[in-house]
Design a protein around this ligand. Sequence first.
Ligand SMILES: [Zn+2]
Length: 232
Amino acid sequence: MRLGWGRSSDVEDRFEKWIAQQHQRRVLAGETTPAGPHPDEAFLRDLACKSKKVSLSDPRVDHAATCPICMNRLLELREEYRSRARYWSWLGTAVAACAIIAIALVVWRVAVGRTPSTSTAVIAQTVNLFDTGVVRGEHPGQLQSVTLPAALIKLKIVLPRHSAPGQYLVAITRDQNGNGVIAEGLAGTEATGNQQQITANLDLRSAKEGQYFLSTTHEQDQAAYYYPLRIK
Ligand SMILES: [Zn+2]
């Protein structure tokens, strides 16, 4: 059996509203006899905003419910209270919206600030090793330090005099034993006059500023040559 609570409570609500309207009409038309004196404005205000301070057994409630003057004032106060509540609710929504936008902006700024460089701009750099007289295994102390930016680098290296043509592995390492590889790339030689050049693409974007080594290793020779390098 369906009880249909939803529908029957709708009917009840409408019925109660109708009773209240009929009662209100009768009071305002002066068809009721109020008992006792008019309560003060403060009491009517409390009653209008359904304050918990007001007890329904208070005789002033009975009076206000049957007195046309008090009923009129009560209806005015009720309307005032409702529009104030609407205003505060609107203001609350607006303030909340502003706060959400402000928080989103702060979060966005922090996120942008913290994002590591993801720039895809490639910076072309040239390192000329042509006149470096590095003997295999010897510390390249006489070589002036090369500085590269922490970015995507298209590194052109002019190989030392008498370098063999072929494939080279170019690497940026922490030390001159090939440990701690930061970036590496393969490149084939191109001859320009009596010079051999290689061009390698190296991603140094996540490299921290500091001292490193640039190494070149010929595919057949396998001996690596290290040159001091600084990343800024
Ligand atoms: Zn009254």
